[in-house]
Design a protein. Sequence first.
Length: 292
Amino acid sequence: GVRHNLKHSIINILKHNRDGSRNTQATRKKRLMLVADQLVDEGYQLEHVNKLKYKHVQHLVKYWLNQGLSPGTIKNRMTDLRWVTQKLGKHDLIPANNYTLDIPRREYVTNKDKSIILIEEQLSKIQDSNIKLSLILQQAFGLRRGESIKIRINQAVVNDQLHLQGSWCKNGRARVVKIQYAEQWEAIKLCKAYVGNTNHSLIPIEKTYYQQLKKYENELINAGINKAHGLRHAYAQRRYQDLTGRSCAARGGLLKQEMTEDQLRLDKTARQVISIELGHERLELVAVYCGK
């Protein structure tokens, strides 16, 4: 039928044009097969991909936007469609500029990116050294706010691991995070220099945890740092990138339905690692940070 013929015509082009790595080729094939299915499902009787017209492309974009796909995902699909039309010698079929097709700039619609990175200017506005160090640790290790305040750095660092004790963590769940980045060691060094050889946490001796938490909240507002939890998002996303070699869905990377089997396996393994490092029991919570 129509579906089979359309897919067959795409597969033929893929066979004769093996551009990019095997991974790239596999991803391209998977995405183009999905596009073929969607065109047929939307009622287009395309027997061959060379019958593709601009109106079909416009329809697809509208369809994807209605599905709530992120601009990053739509742009990836457009890249593959352009690739096919160029192999067919139809270089002008799809405009080079995505905005012509009403594809918004990369704002992550369903897979919203909530990561933040601290800039020196913001940190310099923080008056309290304890709070400044808490933020630096949050950025370096993806710690929760409470963990970054309660941590006793001299107890926590054991060889190349950060041992977070249950009493510092949410729901009393202790965990161990491997120290593997230069800025993590830098954060530890700053912390140790500040507390010296003591067993102190980042709560001043005269304050309770709740008093320090209140101060933390006020200082962040004054410094214009909105939702420091975004530091945890940034950490999770960095780990995903390092573990899989690509951006997560929240940063415009592949969605699960676009992944090859190998990519899906790698995605799952990465999410398991991140889940443990963030101190979550449920794997699906990683989607909050890295996207679905």
